[in-house]
Design a protein around this ligand. Sequence first.
Ligand code: APR
Length: 240
Amino acid sequence: MSLAYSRIVVLTGAGISAESGISTFRDSNGLWENHSIEEVASPEGFQRNPEKVLEFYNLRRAQLLDPQIQPNPAHQALGRFAQEVRQQGGQFTLISQNVDDLHQRAGNRDVISMHGQLLSALCSQSGRARPWSGPLNLKDVCDCCDPPQQLRPDIVWFGEVPYHLEACYQALSEADLFVALGTSGQVYPAAGFTELASQAGATTVEINLEPTSRSFDAGYYGPASIKVPEFLEKILAGKA
Ligand code: APR
């Protein structure tokens, strides 16, 4: 069996983790309805009120580690799909805007986490990251600088440059299939990936609860836990 697509790039957003119990940002009752982006997701907000920002991410980190929060069938299907594509000699790149680790827990070990990771802390001086699973407090400082510097959440805030952009652009420039999954397509540079992939000649597909304002060659609409396994099965069967 040969793959209909052999250089596949999937971009995920908060929608893929919604059914695992993690709030999205822009849906009703999403995180940005109840919090100010400037206050909790910008370097200026952190300078003004570090305690508030640390507390915001401490709550989200604790939520992520709640045993009830688990990968859902969409994460799991992507984990299996990645293995299958690679076994058949294809390239598979998973780029996630999500800061949870549900893709990794579902078997995707080489996720490009372009907006950082909740389970990581960053030295605000050297930029060195380290695993972090507990609360992060004002007294928590690095061991890489002299004098030790404040640690901050390893999250790419508004106004900061996402991680691994070169790897993203490289994969997009070679893609023959690009899938935007559970993302509202409102935050750049990720919001521009569809156009870049399309310019590179890729077929572009959206999977979401509902169509977004971006334009795709095809769209599959409904809950990710159902639509993602269905779509990936079709791709493997050469029917999409
Ligand atoms: N299945 C599929 N899609 C869903 C589901 C679901 N069960 N639930 C919600 N969605 C869709 C929504 O319709 C919406 O289009 O997921 C999308 C979530 O959009 P956002 O909340 O804007 O999340 P995202 O696109 O990941 O946000 C991008 O914005 O503030 C930042 O840094 C943050 O990485 C984040 C970035």
